[in-house]
Design a protein. Structure first.
Length: 409
RNA sequence: GGGCGUGUACCCAAGUGGUCAAAGGGGACGGGCUGUAAACCCGUUGGCAUCGCCUUCCCAGGUUCGAAUCCUGGCGCGCCCA
C-alpha cells in the first residue's frame, strides 16, 4: 500500500471539519505515514445503546471512510464498559445498564449498518470492546488514571460547567466518563480520533492522556459538525423523528430529502456528498439554480450512495410523475384486511384506515377523513361516517405519502 | 436525617371542588397556497361501529352527591440545611 501525497489527503480530510487539534500535527502524522508506508490508526467510539444509524451518524463515518480509502485503519471502539456510566453529554438521566447480550446485538447491528459507509475489509477495520481493557483495571490503575486530571480541568467542560452553575447534580461516575474514553485512546494507540462537536472535550482528554501516559505521539482530534435534521433546526436524531436512516427505502430517502429546508442544502451537500465546493456554491445560489433542482440532485446523490444510480433515476422519475404530475407510484405497497371485518361487504372508512395501519386509531381515522386528508381510488372522501366496499386493487390514501393498494384474497 | 417546593396529554404550561377530555403555546398531523422548501391561512391533536358512552391530570387509599383541584400515605424530581 502506498499513500497519497500529504496535500491531497489533507484537502479531502479537512473538508467539512468543524475543528482540528491540530492541523500541523495531522500533517506531520500523514507525512510520516507516507514516508514509512504505515497506516494511521483512526479511532471512533460508538455507544452500544443506539444502533440505528442515520445520515447524522454518517458525517463522521464518511470521514472515517475517507481515511480508509487513503489506506488508514479504522478502529471502532464499542463502548460497552463506558455505557455503564452513560455519557453526560445529553440529558442527566441515568441510563439502564445493558446486558451483555443486548450490547453484542447492538454492536452487531451498528457494524452492519456502518458497513453502508465504511469499508469492512479485515485489513481496513478493527472492532474492539473497551471492556477488554477497562474491566481488568484495579484500584491503583484507576487512581493513576484519575490522578491525571484535576476537578477544575474537568469542570472546563461546557456541560459540567453549566450544571454546576445551575446547581444541577453531577455524578462522580460522570466525571470518569471522559477519562475512560480517553484511556481507550491510550490503549489502542490511536493517531486520530473522530467525533462530533459534542465529543470535543472527551476526545481532547484522550489526547492529553496519551501525553501523560508517554505515548510517542498523541492523537489528533478531528471534530465534525452535527448534521441538522429534516426540520433544518434541530440536530438529526431518531427521537426527534427528523432523520433519514441508512436503511430507509429509496423512496423515503428521496422524498425526505426533497422536504428539507432550503437553508440546509449547503450543509448537507458539504457533509453528505463529495460535490466540490465551487459547484455547491452554484447549486445553493437561488439566482443560479432553482432550489428544487438542487434538491433533486442532492436527493439523487444520497440515494445513489445507499443504493445505486439507477434506483436514484427511478426515484426522480417517480417523483416527477407522482408529485408533479399527480399520478400514482407503480409500487404501492399492498395490504389486506381480514374478511371478518366486513359487514354486508362494506366497512366503515375510519375502521378501514386503522386496519390498513394508515391511521393509529379509528378516532384518528375519523379526524383525517373529516379534515379532507383521505381519498379512495383518488376520490376524496370527507364524510366520517362513510362506508366503502373494498375491492381488489382499491387505492386508499391518507395525505400525500401514505398510500396502500388493497389486496383481497 | 430535617425543611421547603414540585409532579397535568408528545413537550412546555394554565387550571385550587361541579360549567374539565381539561385554557394557551410549541411540536406533530391533515387541508390550502407553493417547489413534497420557507412564510402565511384553515382544521385536528385520549379511546370506542360513529357525538353518546368509556378511560385520563405520578401511584394507592380517603372526604364529598361530585376531585386534576381537599386529606392521608407512598413514589419520582429539585433546592436548602445537616
Amino acid at each position: 500500500m502506498s499513500f497519497l501525497p500529504v496535500d491531497e489527503q489533507m484537502f479531502t480530510l479537512l473538508r467539512g471539519c468543524e475543528a482540528v487539534f491540530n492541523e500541523d500535527e495531522l500533517r506531520t502524522k500523514l507525512d510520516r505515514s507516507h514516508k514509512e508506508n504505515r497506516p494511521l490508526r483512526i479511532k471512533l467510539g460508538m455507544d452500544p445503546t443506539a444502533p440505528d444509524i442515520h445520515l447524522g451518524h454518517t458525517v463522521v463515518l464518511r470521514k472515517m471512510r475517507q481515511f480508509q480509502d487513503f489506506g488508514h485503519t479504522a478502529v471502532l471502539i464499542i463502548g460497552d464498559y463506558t455505557a455503564r456510566v452513560g455519557d453526560p453529554t445529553g440529558k442527566t438521566k441515568t441510563r439502564p445498564v445493558l446486558d451483555e447480550e443486548t450490547i453484542k446485538q447492538n454492536a452487531e447491528t451498528y457494524f452492519q449498518q456502518a458497513g453502508h459507509v465504511l469499508d469492512l475489509s479485515d485489513d481496513k477495520i478493527e472492532m474492539r470492546y473497551n471492556s477488554e481493557w477497562l474491566a481488568p483495571l484495579n484500584f491503583a490503575d484507576i487512581l493513576k488514571l484519575t490522578g491525571q486530571m484535576t476537578v477544575a480541568q474537568m469542570l472546563q467542560r461546557e456541560n459540567f460547567k453549566k450544571r454546576m452553575a445551575e446547581d444541577k447534580e453531577i455524578a462522580i461516575t460522570e466525571l470518569l466518563y471522559p477519562l475512560m474514553q480517553g484511556y481507550d485512546s491510550v490503549v489502542i494507540d490511536s493517531d486520530v480520533e473522530l467525533g462530533g462537536t459534542d465529543q470535543t472535550f472527551n476526545n481532547l482528554v484522550g489526547r492529553d492522556l496519551m501525553d501523560k501516559y508517554g505515548n510517542s505521539s498523541r492523537q489528533i482530534v478531528l471534530i465534525m459538525p452535527i448534521l441538522r435534521g429534516l426540520d433544518g433546526v434541530e440536530k438529526m436524531s431518531k427521537s426527534l423523528g427528523n432523520y433519514i436512516g441508512v436503511t430507509d427505502e429509496p423512496k423515503d430517502m428521496f422524498g425526505k430529502t426533497m422536504r428539507i429546508a432550503d437553508s440546509l442544502m449547503r450543509e448537507w451537500y458539504t457533509l453528505l456528498t463529495m460535490v466540490p465546493k465551487d459547484e455547491i456554491d452554484v447549486l445553493v445560489d437561488g439566482s443560479k439554480t432553482h432550489p428544487r433542482d438542487a434538491k433533486v440532485r442532492l436527493a439523487k446523490n444520497v440515494v445513489t450512495q445507499y443504493y445505486d444510480a439507477e434506483t436514484a433515476e427511478r426515484e426522480e422519475r417517480l417523483w416527477q410523475e407522482v408529485i408533479v404530475g399527480g399520478g400514482l407510484r407503480d409500487d404501492i405497497p399492498a395490504a389486506s384486511i381480514a374478511g371478518g371485518e366486513l359487514e354486508d361487504g362494506q366497512i366503515w372508512l375510519p375502521k378501514l384506515l386503522k386496519l390498513l395501519e394508515l391511521a393509529p386509531s379509528t378516532s384518528e381515522g375519523r379526524r383525517l377523513v373529516k379534515g379532507g386528508g383521505v381519498s379512495v381510488d383518488k376520490k376524496k372522501v370527507t364524510d366520517p361516517s362513510a362506508t366503502v366496499t373494498p375491492a381488489d386493487g382499491m387505492i386508499v390514501q391518507v395525505g400525500k405519502r401514505r398510500v396502500v393498494r388493497l389486496e383481497l384474497t
